[in-house]
Design a protein around this ligand. Structure first.
Ligand code: SF4
Length: 64
């Protein structure tokens, strides 16, 4: 599984960082950075939750 971000969609709301600070950060423009690109184990569920809560639909979890 790969966690992908779309900076064209990200509005810097920070919900992903607030929910899963181990997996996400924000750059100096406030846009999302993915710290764990290939989540494993419990991180898969955490990443899925962040994908769900992102208000801009800027995150996706894709099969490789
Ligand atoms: S990815 Fe979504 S939740 Fe995270 S900062 Fe961007 S808009 Fe906000």
């Amino acid at each position: 599984m790969k966690l992908e971000k779309n900076h064209d969609r990200c509005i810097g709301a920070g919900q992903c960082v607030l929910t899963e600070p181990r997996i996400f950060d924000q750059d100096d423009r406030g846009l999302v950075s993915v710290l764990v690109e290939r989540p494993q184990g419990a991180d898969v569920a955490a990443a899925r939750k962040a994908v769900y809560i992102c208000p801009a639909k800027a995150l996706s979890l894709v099969e490789e």
